[in-house]
Design a protein around this ligand. Structure first.
Ligand SMILES: [Zn+2]
Length: 321
């Protein structure tokens, strides 16, 4: 018995990021605007508890909460965890403690970063104070971090009522969302991607129902068995269905309108999608025969163009729509 060397399974960094815009409502608006003015605000429940950070509804009774109060910029660490390797976008770029801090006057704790030289300098019960950011814009990052305070006792006094009004209310924020990870496509897609580097399209056949999947996922979703046989398909194919795109996508320099289509490559039992060009957009039709067009250095076809063959008969692709 001979064994062939295991094909290389690809891995690559993959970053998905987008801005998430949200409106704040009266309570969060007051809280974030307060931070811009170095005024930490909480909200009082009907039971007399002060919640910091404030919420709009009582977590116990679901009652609407609007009674804002000002609390102190000093507080006590209620629990903590050491972050030895800060990541991009975190409050500090040197190792720090994640802490829950109960600000003086509050009954709940706020999650933030504590700037200390090492884990030996943190303990539950440590007195801390807010270090304000030099430039504040109405965001949680207006608290740059917490730092150890000199005092040993919580500040005396009750949280003071506050109307939550400032001259320059923050009414919305843009929160950038970012997923930053290493993607491993698995064996089947690695073979597919490696073949694309040679401008060949390789699908995989199900040993049970004999369907050829392109791109292959490694298993047949109908039969639940691994696909094993590699099958080269295309390069030409048939438009099974399509849409006309009239909305410009960010970072995509394609003249509007254009056509995006499902294309069943010859020999494939699943349609993939691609852009159709080389034909007026209003002449694209189901059954149109197309072939891939590669650009120099491209890792996949830039678009598909008509081959000039007669249209495919509907019966040949009706199962692939
Ligand atoms: Zn199958």
């Amino acid at each position: 018995m001979t064994t062939s060397p295991r094909p290389e399974v690809l891995r690559a960094p993959l970053i998905v990021e987008f801005p998430f815009t949200r409106s704040l409502g009266p309570v969060q608006s007051a809280f974030l605007t307060g931070l811009r003015h170095c005024v930490p605000l909480g909200v009082r429940t009907s039971a007399g508890q002060v919640l910091v950070p404030p919420v709009e509804y009582d977590p116990d009774t679901a009652e609407e909460l609007r009674d804002l109060v000002e609390v102190a910029p000093t507080g006590t660490v209620t629990t903590w965890a050491w972050n030895h390797a800060p990541r991009r976008g975190q409050p500090l770029d040197t190792p720090f403690a994640w802490v829950l801090v109960r600000l003086d006057g509050a009954d709940t704790a706020l999650l933030h970063a504590l700037d200390v030289p090492g884990p030996d300098a943190v303990r539950t019960g440590l007195r801390v104070r807010i270090r304000w950011a030099a430039e504040r814009e109405g965001a949680i990052t207006d608290i740059a971090c917490f730092e150890p305070a000199d005092d040993t006792e919580p500040a005396a006094g009750e949280a003071a009522p506050h109307d939550g009004q400032f001259a320059d209310m923050v009414t919305g924020i843009v929160a950038p969302a970012r997923l930053d990870y290493t993607y491993g496509p698995g064996g089947a897609q690695s073979r597919y991607i490696n073949a694309l580097a040679d401008r060949r399209t390789v699908g995989e056949r199900c040993p049970s129902c004999h369907k050829v999947y392109v791109p292959p996922r490694g298993a047949c979703p109908t039969c639940g068995v691994a696909t094993t046989d590699q099958v080269e398909v295309g390069p030409a194919g048939t438009v099974t269905t399509y849409c006309i795109v009239n909305v410009k996508a960010k970072n995509l320099d394609i003249e509007l309108p254009y056509v995006y289509a499902h294309i069943a490559l010859d020999g494939a039992d699943l349609a993939l999608h691609g852009r159709i060009a080389g034909i007026p957009y209003d002449e694209v039709r189901m059954g149109l025969r197309v072939e891939p067009v590669w650009t120099e250095g491209g890792r996949y076809p830039d678009h598909y163009r008509p081959t000039g063959e007669p249209d495919a008969d509907y019966d040949t692709y009706k199962e692939l729509i």
